[in-house]
Design a protein around this ligand. Structure first.
Ligand code: NAP
Length: 281
């Protein structure tokens, strides 16, 4: 298999994470396996799944079918609110590795903070224990706001390697990104292409794409990469899987990055997005 074109980023606790990976929601066990195999053949090494997606068995089958040595792959999964305790996190990790048929996770994330339950710091303590025990190579969170991260730091002294949040040019999360940069947390964007909401039809993006002889999705992914983010676009289409990883041989100018960043809707965009103080599973 040819080497992956995807560069990696160093995480705070020492692991290295590919800067682009495969999103697997909403693929099911059956659907994800051929997509994952195809993606790995194209050079994807980071696979993003979650207990909640109900496809970890299919992800595991796909990983095995690639024949790649385990250490060449980077597997992320996430657990739900009913695992928000030290024991619950240990059990969630054991169950995820069993479902996938692998013997360790690269990155395990608290899927949503669910602050109404007030247990995410316990979940975080569980992740710290797993990291110390070597059961996971990196630990992180998803959908955490700076206030939630402040509490992790105040109560445990340990910050996540990664925070995976919804982020695209119209929802650019400027203050979250600044907070993450200040605390050495890698920002990973979910729904990086805007998840079919018309982002790819924005004239600014289609014009820049035409200028580079690229597709709108490639330009959006390049914008994320040029900002230093990690991205997990999902596609079930062989052609789009190939298109989405073919972004490491061009860059945008600073002016183009700024033009795309000007699509940010700021507070209005954040108000329309899922609020992790309210929503979670
Ligand atoms: N942590 C969280 O709470 C959370 C929440 C949501 C998602 N996620 C993760 O983030 C991943 C990505 O998010 P997402 O799937 O919501 O959104 P996305 O990756 O922004 O967009 C996916 C959609 O765009 C289409 N697409 C993909 N590549 C394209 C291209 N080159 N040109 C045009 N359309 C393209 C896909 O259709 P086709 O498949 O037909 O190509 C699909 O409909 C998920 O799969 C999941 O792993 C995490």
């Amino acid at each position: 298999m040819p080497p992956s074109p995807v560069p990696t980023v160093a995480l705070a606790h020492g692991a290295r994470m590919p800067r682009l990976g495969l999103g697997t929601w909403p693929l099911d066990d059956e659907g994800v396996q051929p997509v994952l195999e195809r993606a790995v053949g194209l050079g994807y090494r980071l696979i993003d799944t979650a207990h909640n997606y109900g496809n970890e068995r299919g992800v595991g089958a796909g990983l095995r079918a690639t024949g790649l040595p385990r250490e060449e792959l980077f597997v992320t999964t996430k657990f739900n609110k009913n695992s928000h305790s030290v024991r619950g996190v240990r059990r969630a990790a054991e169950q995820s590795v069993r479902r996938m048929g692998i013997d360790y996770l690269d990155l395990l994330l608290i899927h949503w903070p669910n602050p109404g339950r007030d247990r995410y710091v316990d979940a975080w303590r569980g992740l710290i224990e797993l990291l110390k025990a070597g059961a996971v190579r990196a630990i992180g969170v998803s959908n955490f706001k700076p206030a939630h991260l402040d509490r992790l730091l105040a109560e445990t002294g340990v910050m996540p390697d990664v925070n995976q949040i919804q982020l695209d040019p119209r929802l650019a999360r400027v203050s979250a990104r600044a907070y993450h940069a200040e605390h050495d947390i890698v920002t990973e964007a979910w729904s990086p292409l805007g998840a079919g909401t018309g982002l790819l039809d924005e004239p600014v993006i289609t014009e820049i794409a035409a200028r580079h002889g690229r597709t709108p999705a490639q330009v959006v992914l390049r914008w994320h990469l040029d900002l230093g983010l990690v991205v997990v676009p999902k596609s079930a289409s062989p052609a789009r899987l190939a298109e989405n990883i073919d972004v490491f041989d061009f860059t945008l100018s600073a002016a183009e990055v700024a033009e795309i960043s000007a699509l940010d809707r700021g507070a209005a965009g954040e108000a329309d997005a899922l609020d992790s103080d309210v929503f979670g599973h």
